[in-house]
Write a protein that binds this ligand. Structure first.
Ligand code: HEC
Length: 134
C-alpha cells in the first residue's frame, strides 16, 4: 500500500514531464492543476511516505483534502465542449475521493487515508487518460 502511494507520487512527477508535450487544453485547467490540485493532492499522498504523527500533520492532510474537494467543483465547471458529461463525472470522482481522504484524516485512520489516496490517484489518471492528449 505504501509503495503504491509512493509510486503514485513518482507517477505524478512522470505525468508532469509527459504533459509538457501535450496539446494546449484550456489555460484555466492547467492553472488549477498547478495552483491547487497538485499541491493539495501531494498533501494527501504524503501519508504514503510517512503516516502523520501529530495533530498538525493530520490537519495538513485534511486541509489538502478539503482544498481538493473545492477544486473538484471548480474543475467540474471547466468541462470542455466535447466529453462534457465524462469530464464532470471525473472531476466529481476526484472530489469524492478527496472527501473520503479528508474523513480518514479527521479520524486519523492511516489505512483509510492510504486507500483513499489510491482511489484519488486513479481519478487523476482516469481524467488525464481521456482528456490529456499526448
Ligand atoms: C477532470 C479532469 C482532470 C482531473 C480529475 C485531474 N486532472 Fe490533472 N490535468 C487535466 C488536464 C486537462 C491537464 C492538462 C492541462 C494543460 O496542459 O493545459 C492536467 C494536467 C495535470 C498535470 C500537468 C501540469 C503541467 O505542469 O503540465 C499534473 C501534474 C496533473 N494534472 C495532476 C493531477 C492530479 C495529481 C490530479 C488528481 C489529484 C489531477 N491532475 C486530476 C485534467 C484533470
Amino acid at each position: 500500500m505504501k509503495t503504491a502511494i509512493i509510486g503514485a507520487i513518482v507517477g505524478a512527477t512522470m505525468l508532469l514531464t509527459q504533459f509538457v508535450l501535450a496539446q494546449a487544453p484550456p489555460p484555466r485547467v492547467l492553472g488549477l492543476m498547478k495552483a491547487v490540485i497538485i499541491p493539495a493532492s501531494d498533501a494527501v499522498f504524503v501519508v504514503g511516505k510517512a503516516p502523520p504523527k501529530s495533530e498538525r500533520e493530520w490537519a495538513a492532510v485534511a486541509s489538502g483534502a478539503s482544498r481538493l474537494v473545492d477544486a473538484g467543483k471548480v474543475l467540474a465547471n471547466e468541462a470542455p465542449l466535447e466529453g462534457t458529461a465524462d469530464w464532470i463525472r471525473l472531476a466529481n470522482a476526484m472530489a469524492d475521493a478527496a472527501a473520503v481522504a479528508g474523513k480518514a484524516a479527521k479520524e486519523k485512520n492511516v489505512d483509510a487515508a492510504l486507500d483513499a489516496g489510491d482511489v484519488l490517484y486513479t481519478t487523476c489518471e482516469d481524467c488525464h487518460r481521456q482528456f490529456v492528449k499526448k
